[in-house]
Design a protein around this ligand. Structure first.
Ligand code: URA
Length: 210
């Protein structure tokens, strides 16, 4: 595995990931767990963010204290399952802007086609977190990164709950500058390109569809 994959090993996060994987977990609990795991991931990812000292006044006296400095952030969920991760990250980073990208697979060419994209105007200056619960074949992730780079985005990270080795290799091959953050790397994909063992179809499990 390359250095450019970070696996979140926090015990709380790993415990919640197990609950997410279980087939008995219903949509309500699944949504809550995905949100909680996303908050924990945002917390972990921001632990090395730069700080700057500012002068403030408490009700008691003047003092200096710290605030976040560095680049502003943007969360870009890949529709539709990525939407399940947005609120969890916003709970930790409420000032982040949210952009959206929608891609479908052309049934003939099997290539991802962009059907919707709306990004913050200053996307080129922001630190970008693309979010999708699953990094499976990597096709959608690569197309989303392409869509962002076309708009001059530079500082891109990909965050998922579970990744496959195939997806990681594909993203790194196409975009070696994009670091991947994941809760687990599962052994591989089945014949339907589902991550195995994984947790099934993330969109269906979030929204109760089939
Ligand atoms: N998308 C999903 O929702 N699940 C997988 O296992 C793979 C892709």
């Amino acid at each position: 595995m390359t250095n450019d994959v970070f696996i979140f090993d926090h015990p709380l996060l790993q415990h919640k990931l197990t609950m997410i994987r279980k087939k008995e977990t219903g949509s309500k609990e699944f949504r809550e767990l995905v949100e909680e795991v996303s908050s924990l991931m945002a917390y972990e990812m921001t632990k090395s963010m730069p700080l700057e000292k500012v002068e403030i006044e408490t009700p008691v006296c003047k003092t200096s204290s710290y605030v976040l400095s560095g680049k502003k952030m943007a969360i870009i969920p890949l529709m539709r399952a990525g939407l399940g991760m947005v609120n969890g990250i916003l709970n930790m980073i409420p000032v982040a802007k949210v952009g959206h990208v929608g891609l479908y697979r052309d049934p003939e060419t099997l290539q991802p086609v962009e059907y919707y994209a709306k990004f913050p105007g200053d996307i080129d200056k922001r630190e970008i977190f693309i979010v999708d619960p699953m990094l499976a074949t990597g096709g959608t992730a690569i197309a989303a990164i392409d869509a962002l780079k076309k708009r001059k985005a530079k500082h891109i990270k990909f965050i998922c709950l579970i990744a496959s080795p195939e997806g990681i290799a594909a993203v790194h091959n196409a975009h070696p500058d994009v670091k991947i953050f994941t809760g687990a790397v599962d052994p591989g994909l089945n014949e339907k390109s589902y991550i195995t063992p994984g947790f099934g179809d993330a969109g269906d499990r979030l929204y109760g569809t089939k």
